[in-house]
Design a protein around this ligand. Structure first.
Ligand SMILES: [Zn+2]
Length: 352
């Protein structure tokens, strides 16, 4: 694995990650995918460079692990994490050897060790214990996993992060979990500070952040993150929401089965949506009202549209970084959003 930086624009940068004989341009977004029935496969409709799946999902959905690539019919860069979040949420106890075997048999390009995410409710003792377990698994993977594996760290305060970073040799690729989901919920300004701390510590390392929403991805890229992953395109599609370029999700449909209430998002302005003339294959071939469809069809149409919006963002941003216009571009996006104060904080402290 090798990461080569091409252009810098403040903290933002473009580069190429070479992994397993493949090249991935950065910044980039790994689309999250679950094998749950009904989920769309957007890469069958347009180019998707990178995908994130998880080992626990393969186990639950009883996927033939030796045929993961064929089942997905995907030839881009495939990252697989353990599914630590799902395992924790469902309070399952999964043996680390089970995760290693799944990864070994399905051969993703990037394998993430079994990790133990943190939540704000945990006390210090539990946080410390989970950080140590993740740390031991990083070592176990390095020693036992037959292909290349990537260290993952978790933490949402400076001490946690620095302690963990001090235990690592400088990696080519570093994955960071818990950080964005927790800090977006609790202390957003610190998210900005800590991201810069990580970037200063590892100026040449490719840095990935787990679990990031669409707008926050732009801010992270501006501050030097190289990749993020998201399943929000699917999640929002499931609950009846779609994305416009450079905007948070908007509600379009009422979900049927599990949730009786409409999406929590603001309602879409149809005129505004049509004015943007989305170039995705769904909007190209179908009338707007199809995006309101219920059931699996609605999930798929919205999921493919949302994936298009998500995957177009990094390509656009790479161009803008090369032109050294990233700050202005992102300021424009955030000035329309409730997170403008966060952008202004970042600009005041790190971008001038
Ligand atoms: Zn579309």
């Amino acid at each position: 694995m090798k990461f080569q930086i091409h252009d810098m624009d403040g903290w933002a940068r473009t580069g190429t990650l070479s992994v397993n004989g493949k090249s991935l341009l950065s910044p980039c977004i790994f689309l999250g995918h679950s094998f749950k029935r009904g989920n769309p496969l957007p890469w069958h409709y347009f180019n998707v460079d990178s995908l994130l799946i998880n080992a626990y999902d393969l186990l639950v959905q009883k996927i033939d692990v030796t045929r993961v690539r064929q089942i997905l019919d995907f030839d881009g860069v495939l990252m697989m994490d353990s599914g630590g979040y799902q395992i924790q949420r469902l309070q399952k106890d999964i043996d680390l050897e089970t995760i290693i075997q799944i990864q070994e048999a399905s051969k993703p390009d990037i394998a993430i060790p079994l990790d133990y995410p943190l939540t704000p409710k945990m006390d210090n003792k539990e946080v410390h214990s989970r950080i140590m377990k993740t740390f031991r698994n990083n070592i176990h993977w390095r020693e036992s996993y037959p292909y290349e594996s990537i260290p993952v760290i978790h933490g949402y305060n400076e001490k946690h992060l620095i302690d963990q970073m001090n235990n690592l040799d400088t990696p080519d690729f570093l994955a960071i979990g818990s950080f964005v989901p927790i800090l977006m919920y609790s202390d957003r300004k610190r998210l900005v500070d800590l991201l810069i701390t990580v970037r200063k510590k590892y100026p040449d390392t490719f840095i990935h952040f787990f679990g990031v929403s669409y707008l926050v991805a732009f801010l992270l890229f501006l501050l030097g993150a190289d990749s993020v992953d998201t399943s929000a395109h699917l999640h929002n599609a499931r609950y009846g929401s779609i994305h416009l370029q450079h905007t948070g999700p908007r509600a379009i449909a009422i979900n049927t089965k599990k949730r009786k209430r409409p999406s929590v998002h603001k309602l879409i302005e149809k005129e505004k949506f049509l004015n943007e003339s989305c170039g995705c294959p769904i909007c190209h071939y179908l009338e707007f009202d199809h995006l309101k469809a219920r059931g699996v069809r609605g999930l798929q149409l919205r999921g493919i549209h949302n994936a298009w919006v998500y995957t177009s963002a990094p390509a656009e941003l790479r161009q803008i970084i090369e032109e050294k216009k990233a700050t202005l571009f992102i300021e424009k996006i955030f000035s329309q959003s409730g997170l403008y104060y966060l952008y202004k904080y970042a600009k005041r402290n790190y971008l001038t």
